[in-house]
Design a protein around this ligand. Structure first.
Ligand SMILES: O=C(O)c1ccccc1N[C@@H]1O[C@H](COP(=O)(O)O)[C@@H](O)[C@H]1O
Length: 229
C-alpha cells in the first residue's frame, strides 16, 4: 500500500498507474452551492455543526441541504467537541454518510454513532504525529484528515501547514486540509499524495459563501495533478 493508503484503489492499465484524488468541499451553507459541487464532480460536501464556526448550520437547515445533494455524492457532518446529544440529533436529521471530528473526541465517542468517521489531526503545533500512534489512538477511524489548526483551535482558517510533516506510513487513507486553494492544490497533491483534499475558505468569497469559478478551478487543478502522476 502507498503512503497515503492509495493502494486501496490503484488501477493499473497499460503499465500506467491511474488515480483520482477525492475532493471534499466543506462548509456548505447554500443548497445551490451543493448542487454545483455535485455537477463539478466533488465526491463529498461538508456541513459544519462545530460551535462558534461562522459556517455552522442547524440540523433543520441541513436537511434542506441534504436534499440538494446529487446521488453518489457523500454528506460529511463536521463536529468539534459537540455533545453526544448534538451529534445524535444531526445523525437522525441529516443521515450523513460520514462524520468528521476536529476536537479532542476519543475513538469510543467517534464510533458510538454507528457512522464511519474521519479524525481530524491538528498540525498547527510542532508535535510529531506518528502513523503508529494515530492508528493506535483511533483504531475505528475510516481515515485521518490533517488540518492546520492547533489542538483546541478552530479550523476553516485558510492557513496551510508544513506538508512534509504528514506521516508517511499510514495504513489508512488520509485527507489533506488547511489552506488548500485552486492555486496550491496541484503542488499539495504532488507533495503529499493524499487520498483526498478538503477545502473550505479557498473556494469562498466569505465564510459559508462558495464561489462557482473557484470551485470549478479547484476541480480542474486536482484533475491536472492526477494526470501528472
Ligand atoms: O469551517 C469551519 O468553520 C471549521 C470549524 C471548526 C473546525 C473545522 C472547520 N473547518 C474545516 O477546516 C479544514 C480546513 O479549512 P480551510 O480550507 O483552511 O478553510 C476543512 O476540513 C474545513 O472543513
Amino acid at each position: 500500500m502507498g503512503p497515503s493508503g492509495r493502494g486501496f484503489a490503484v488501477n493499473v492499465a497499460k503499465g500506467r498507474v491511474l488515480f483520482r484524488t477525492r475532493i471534499k468541499f466543506c462548509g456548505m451553507t447554500r443548497p445551490g452551492d451543493i448542487r454545483l459541487a455535485g455537477e463539478l464532480g466533488a465526491d463529498a460536501v461538508g456541513l459544519v455543526f462545530a460551535p462558534r464556526s461562522p459556517r455552522r448550520i442547524e440540523p433543520e437547515q441541513a436537511q434542506a441541504m441534504r436534499e440538494a445533494l446529487a446521488p453518489l455524492v457523500d454528506a460529511v457532518a463536521l463536529f468539534m467537541d459537540n455533545s453526544q446529544d448534538e451529534v445524535r440529533e444531526v445523525v437522525r436529521h441529516v443521515r450523513p454518510n460520514m462524520l468528521q471530528f476536529h476536537g479532542s473526541e476519543d475513538d469510543a465517542f467517534c464510533r458510538s454513532f454507528g457512522v464511519p468517521y474521519l479524525k481530524a489531526i491538528p498540525m498547527g503545533e510542532a508535535i510529531t504525529q506518528t502513523a503508529i500512534a494515530l492508528q493506535l489512538k483511533y483504531p475505528g477511524a475510516a481515515g485521518f484528515l490533517f488540518d492546520s489548526h492547533a489542538l483546541g483551535g478552530s479550523g476553516g482558517s485558510g492557513q496551510t501547514f508544513d506538508w512534509s510533516r504528514v506521516p508517511l506510513d499510514l495504513h489508512k487513507p488520509f485527507v489533506l486540509a488547511g489552506g488548500i486553494t485552486p492555486d496550491n492544490v496541484f503542488d499539495a497533491i504532488l507533495a503529499t499524495r493524499p487520498w483526498g483534499v478538503d477545502v473550505s475558505s479557498g473556494i469562498e468569497t466569505e465564510p459559508g459563501v462558495k464561489d462557482g469559478d473557484r470551485m470549478r478551478h479547484f476541480v480542474e487543478e486536482v484533475r491536472r495533478a492526477d494526470c501528472h502522476q
